[in-house]
Design a protein around this ligand. Sequence first.
Ligand code: SAT
Ligand code: MN
Length: 603
Amino acid sequence: MAAALTENGELLAWLRDVVELCKPDDVYICDGSDSEYRRLCELLVKNRTFTRLNEELRPDCFLARSHPSDVARVEDRTYISTTSQDDAGPTNNWAEADVMKLKIARIFLRSMEGRTMYVIPFSMGPVGSPFSRIGIQVTDSPYVVVNMRIMTRMGSDVLEALGKEGSFIPCLHSVGKPLSPLQGDVPWPCEEDPKHKYIVHFPEDPSIWSYGSGYGGNALLGKKCLALRIASAIAHKEGWLAEHMLILALTSPEGKKHYIAGAFPSACGKTNLAMMKPTLPGWKVTCLGDDIAWMRFGADGRLYAMNPETGFFGVAPGTSYESNPNAMDTFTHNSIFTNVALTDEGDVWWEEMGVPAPAHAIDWQGKDWTPEASSKAAHPNSRFTAPAEQCPAIDPDWQNPNGVPISAILFGGRRPSTVPLVNEAFDWEHGVFMGSAAGSETTAAALGQAGVLRRDPFAMLPFCGYNMGDYFAHWLSMADKTKSDKLPRIFTVNWFRKDESGRWLWPGYGENSRVLKWIFERVEGTGEAVDTPIGRLPSPEAIDLSGSDVPRADLERILAVDVEAWTKEAEAIGTYYDTFGDRLPSALRDQLGALRARLEAAG
Ligand code: SAT
Ligand code: MN
């Protein structure tokens, strides 16, 4: 079957096994060509998965509506499956690897009957780079194929790079809806019962088995499954980092450039920050990635970051010409929209798009919608899939296989109180402490209640493929790999402070350039900072407010350290740390002790 396209023995054997297990009607090996993409889009239109958008308003764009049970990542159905539970750690769902292998194989039995099985050879990172990883995703979803074409480098080049002997990460995916011969298909086939979805990772193989969902990170297996969960476990062994981080370049009015990486949980504004249009005159942001960074030390001792993806899978609601003009100009063509609303003109719409609500639309569930409706037109986790190369702010080095040298790392999240606008770590170890203690209110990006504060260390809680305690130790060990002055500076940022009445205290978006400017100055050694019990903060004068209408009192408030609130925060961090038992590095306990002592001295 695939002999003409690959002579990789391991791949052929695996494909034979998968066909035997899943019993598809047909097998198709993707070549990654433009014509193949167009053909599959047409097929998706015919299957009613896709609606073609108005060719004049949004050329080569499509809308998909998912099944209402299949709208986000399913964290409680996501497993790290290892021999010993200790290797998955307390933050992951665990199942014993051998037991899970038997179970999942039974679940996949005959799962593709009546469907075509697509084989997607893909590379995370530039094809052929020693830092890239090849995956082969097998899927029965053509929707997944066309999304993978935007999000990854995929097709014949990858098979060529794999060659006869190369190794790959097998990624098996089924929507879990086999078709009997006389059964008609539905627009969004999936396993409708969330309890029967399985997103399973075997880091010891490594391999990935995903069953029952066609949505986002559950189904586009190059992304969270390979490039974060599996890659983080590989990186742990090999001495590098696979992180849930955006990568941006910040250029000053004088033309000096620094690269910054930033970890924020899903739906906390990574895409907006990564391609921001600064409101501060003369400053420029260019984008290298909005979700994932693979980082390793270069020969010069600096930490280099590379984005393994080629597209953006961004949250649609809230994206507007005000919040993210560059995203708006990225998905003008060649893009896929999932679970947004369809206007009568055949264009897309969502809440806070910055254009008036249409008098009538079809909502994400395919129902008539008017502005009077009590429900939202777009699902809060509705998404656009758009090629990175179409972003007007894309950085010329975004495909550089060696990556770019990182000057600063940011940790952020949605924290309505306590955590200041920006705070610089005293040193690397203190910065790792800050990352380990990061928290955020939950969002619609994962199934479950939104708006609840949870610890989300390094924004990796749902994505770390091994014991989180070992992950903290791995981060600490980076300091041994280079000289301290070569390490990136570490900062926490928080754009999400509110006052008692729920009013935002900071405008965010392009105005965040004021904070980036201070960070840039700190890296350059010119920015003013004040030592506080929690870290180094700018005095209000150190943040450039020129041309802004942010009230000075608001700025003072979000740069103040509330010792009482921080004492409670330290307590909460201590309780969280207890969950890691003896896998928690002692250096982090010491950091917490030092924070407590500084707070006590200040209070
Ligand atoms: O669905 S994804 O996991 O790709 C998006 C996200 O949650 O970050
Ligand atoms: Mn993400």
